[in-house]
Design a binder for this molecule. Sequence first.
Ligand code: HEM
Length: 198
Amino acid sequence: MRGTADRSAERRVHEATLGFPEQRRGGALGAAERISDAGQRPLSGHLVVATFPRDRERLERTGAVIDEALRLYPPAYAIYREPVTETTLGGYAVPADATVMLPAYQIHHDERWWDAPDEFRPERWLGSSDDRPEYAYFPFGGGPRHCIGMRFARMELQLALATILQRIRFERVTETLEPDAKVTLDPGTVLVRTETRE
Ligand code: HEM
């Protein structure tokens, strides 16, 4: 049976991140290993499928990995709004119907809000709450039209990663991502080597 108690689903999640949120400075491996060190817990029931809500509550660090991946590489890298009436934003007059771009990618990499913004550091999401402005991070948009699937998407990601990583080990092949701003952020070709876990 795979996924027995001596195997940590969380560790596997962090191993998998080596293939996706790759860093310009190659720091993902170290970060993933560091964050995996403490509090290893297997998924419930020794099952190969992670379930909601029981396992999800135990996947806090998996959530941190997801949050950090969405910070570095927000699929919706910019969103747009058009004010219906003339307004002022940050001291700038904005006419009605102007297109205002909210550049999530740039804000997620802004060193005013993030230490070492280009590094993959999931541990920044653990522990006490931070004192950043609310919109220093908005991979799911914000306000009344924020993503309706936000919680569902995050839950899916947590459970899917934990489930996959009970069965498969990933090894990074592509060393550096060169994301391309298409309709969504396109990571380009990402090669990983896979191995079935015994
Ligand atoms: C990682 C996954 C996802 C990301 C990064 C994401 C991101 C976003 C963002 C940034 C917006 C706001 C767009 C804007 O303000 O112009 C949005 C809106 C929306 N998303 Fe998502 N989304 C994700 C998954 C999902 C899922 C799984 C669903 C449905 C089950 C969903 C349904 C919607 C809908 C319906 C809206 C429009 C809401 C409105 O205009 O009132 N999204 N999403």
